[in-house]
Structures are given as C-alpha cells and as structure tokens.
Design a binder for this molecule. Sequence first.
Ligand code: BES
Ligand code: ZN
Ligand code: MN
Length: 498
Amino acid sequence: MATLKSSSKSSAETLVIGLASDGGTLVIESGSYSLDTKKLLAILADIGATGKADEVTKVPFEEGRHTLLVFTGLGAKEPRGKYPHETLRRAAGSATRALSGKKSADFALPHSDLPEFAAIAEGIGLGSYSFTEHRGASKSEQRAPLASAQIISDVGESAAGKSAIKRATILSKYVHVVRDLVNTPANFLSPEIFVRKMKALTPNLGVKVEVLDEKALKSKGYGGIYSVGQGSANPPRLLHISYTPAKSKKRFAFVGKGITFDTGGYALKPALGMDAMKTDMAGAASVIASLLAIAELKLPVTIHAYACMAENMISDNATRPGDIITTLSGKTVEVLNPDAEGRLVLADGITRAIADAEKAGGLDGLIDVATLTGAQIIALGLRTAGLMGNDDSFAKEFLQIAEKTGELFWQMPLPEELRATLETPVADIANVGDKSGGMLVAGVFLKEFVSDSTPWLHLDIAGPSYVEKGPFGYNPVGGTGVTVRTLVALAESAVSHG
Ligand code: BES
Ligand code: ZN
Ligand code: MN
C-alpha cells in the first residue's frame, strides 16, 4: 500500500489533479496548488477529456518540477469546490490505480476541511492495491501499486491531519487483507489456512483468539458448520477473535460466512462461473479484518468476531439433500438444498455470539455479513448490498453511518409470511423456502436464530464483495473488502455518541 503523507509543497514527478465539467466546460480543480490552466485546458479539450467520474487522463507536461500530469474526473463541478466525500475518494482511487508501477505521486485535489482531506487519503490507500501473489513470469514492477503519495494540503499537516492519515492507512491495510483473502483461490485457502493467516495478524493487537476444529465443532454441537464442511478433505473451523478493551462503550458481535469454496454440494453449481465461489468467504474475512482494524485503532468498543469456516464439497461424506441436522441452537434443519449452506454456518455463529454475550449483559448489536444469495444480485445489483434486520432504529443508524463511508446498502424487509415457506413435515425448519424473494427468505431463516432482545442486522454482500469486470473508483477487479469501513465507522460512532 502507498505510504501516505500530507505536504504543503510538491516533490514528485507525477502530479494528480482534479478535472470537473461545468455544463460541458472543463474546470481544473487543484485545491491549494495553483497552476496556469489556460494551455492545459486547451490540451485537455483537444484530446477529448470530459472530467467525468472514473476518467483518468495522463498528459506529459512540464509544470514546475512535474513532468507528468494525471487528471482524474470529478464529474459535474461543485460550487466552491466542495465535492462529496465519495466523489473525492473515487477520484483519488481511480488516479491511484492508474499509477501502478510508479514510486511516487503528488495529489492536488480540491478540499478545504479535514473530512475531505481524509476522503482523499482513503481513496489513495484503497486504490493502491494489487494482487500478484500467484503471478510468475507475468509479475512485473509495472503491476506494483503506487509506492508513496503526498497530498498537497493546507489542512493535512495538523495533528488531526496526521491522525486522518493514520486512520486511512489502517483502514486500507485491513481492506487489503480482505481483498487478498477473497482473491486467493481455494487451493491456497482452506478453513485451516484462513485461520492461520488471520491468527498471524493478531500479535500486538491485544486480542484473544479461539479456534474450534472439526472435532470440537462436532462434539460441541455445531451441526450447521460441521454438516456443511463434512464433505471436504479440508475440515471446517470456527474462528472467534475477541477485542475487549477497558472502559468499553458498547459491545458488538460480528458473524461472517466463511465458505472457502462453494461447489453447491449435491446441488452442484454449473461449471460456468463456479470459479467465483472462491470468494464465498468474504463475509468472514470482513468481520475479522474489521475487528483487527478496530483493535489497531484502539477504539474503546468491545467486539467479538466469529468466522464460520467450511468448504462446501461433494464426497461420500457430504450432506445429502434431505438430511436433517441439529444446529447449535438445538433447532433441527432439513437440508433440502446443500447449496443454501451459508445460512447453516451462520445459524451456529449467531447462536454462539448470542450465548457469549448473554453472560455479559447482551449485545448493543449483532451483525452478520455474508455472500448469501444470488437473489441479492438480482434485487440490488452488483454494487449495493442488502440490509435486513429486526430493529429499524439500528438499521437506520447503520445506514446513516454507511452514508459517510461510501459503502452502499439498501434496507430490505423480512416479510413474516415467508416463514411459512420454510416449513417442513420432518424438522423444525427447512433451509430453503420460496424461490421468489430469495434474499429475504435467507434473512427470515437467519432470524429464527436471533433472540428478539438482540438488535440484529444481516448484510448480504453477494454482489458488492467482488468486482468481476471493470474496476471503478478505488475498487480494482477482484475482492473489494466491502463492509470493513462501515463496521469500523460503527465502532467509531459508538465512541463519539456513547
Ligand atoms: N454463495 C452462494 C451465493 C452467491 C451467488 C454468492 C452468487 C455470490 C455470487 C450461496 O451459497 C448460494 O448458493 N445460494 C443459493 C441459495 C438457494 C439455493 C436458495 C442461490 O443464491 O442460488
Ligand atoms: Zn455460498
Ligand atoms: Mn451455496
């Protein structure tokens, strides 16, 4: 990731500059950096630059000590140069992605206060990412992310500016952890390897790690996680990390779906597109990474994160359609469709999270994060996650926080009548119900495992966790790391609002 700095002077050969459009007329937005724009505007118009979002235009040009100018689109010009934070984040991120292979760049983007400065810092941090772990001959310096960035700023050099840079650096680091894990193929990422990799990040953070292996899962009654993982030679795990600072203001539990590969089991998925199911552990990676970020930021908020890890495979040990399992809650489930496995592992994680909290006076919030349904993508598309829950004021609070982070969520209902579609003559509940409203049916299933006194949110990130084609803003192709920034912001908001 790029090392971030704030500076009042420029020093690199490359200078990133904002470009907006005022009703078709190009406007250069370079913040506190002043430059002679006349000639540049003529060149930009000549080469067809428009200043629209995600447009990055490189112009070899001598400007002070700079020899390469990189214009990044801000869209429609805003009066007084006040751009929405997400616009700044994305513009900084697109430019950063276009600077792979470069050692250093200066950023002259419009901002006049700290939150705007912070958004630019985040965009650079999030955009300076590449996944080259498994490249051999095709690995090259050209693919390395931008190594260092200076934001030219009048406001960034204060103590608050330094802490904004530190925060952006920590957030980006853990978003990149999630992206790495999501991008890693399943032959390099079993439940056990996931646990080992996450554990390796914990020293010095003051967190506690607990791991249940397949034997413990079986003997302690985690029938949901166990049954999903039992068909695989790579056995299931429950990873529980807790961060319990002194003078904690609130207590949250995060539960993540961690399917390191989802073949669909005996509801085998078609080969075309199955490769994408290496990303089916994005929820688990996000909840653990969020906890680690919160711990590194030393926020006084108690967090328990649970990663429900299994590989959904076929074999003579795999769960058959129609098998009945007993979850940790004691509820029995008829597994009519082994491809609806996420809700089974989450059911156990939710039960465990609530049980842990009961001894400590309950939870201020329980949030599960999962690449749960293809129906999420059909309903909300690839960039907006579904949000469901049992507590509208918690949902509202979360949505307000997400508004500031730029991560997109949309609240969906949990209609009561869908519960009837999960009825089965042979068990307490079936794992699939009505086909219509599949995202909601999954949420209704999960609700069965949540106590009414626990404010709960379910985040279905099937689409937004991964960019299949066409990188945008600060998101490269591959894992996005979505939910980390909003979960961290939730903890921050608990600190500032008590
Ligand atoms: N992991 C998938 C959901 C998914 C689909 C994530 C596409 C990302 C992209 C999940 O386990 C699944 O297979 N869900 C089924 C549920 C159905 C059987 C009720 C689905 O969505 O088809
Ligand atoms: Zn799945
Ligand atoms: Mn599945």
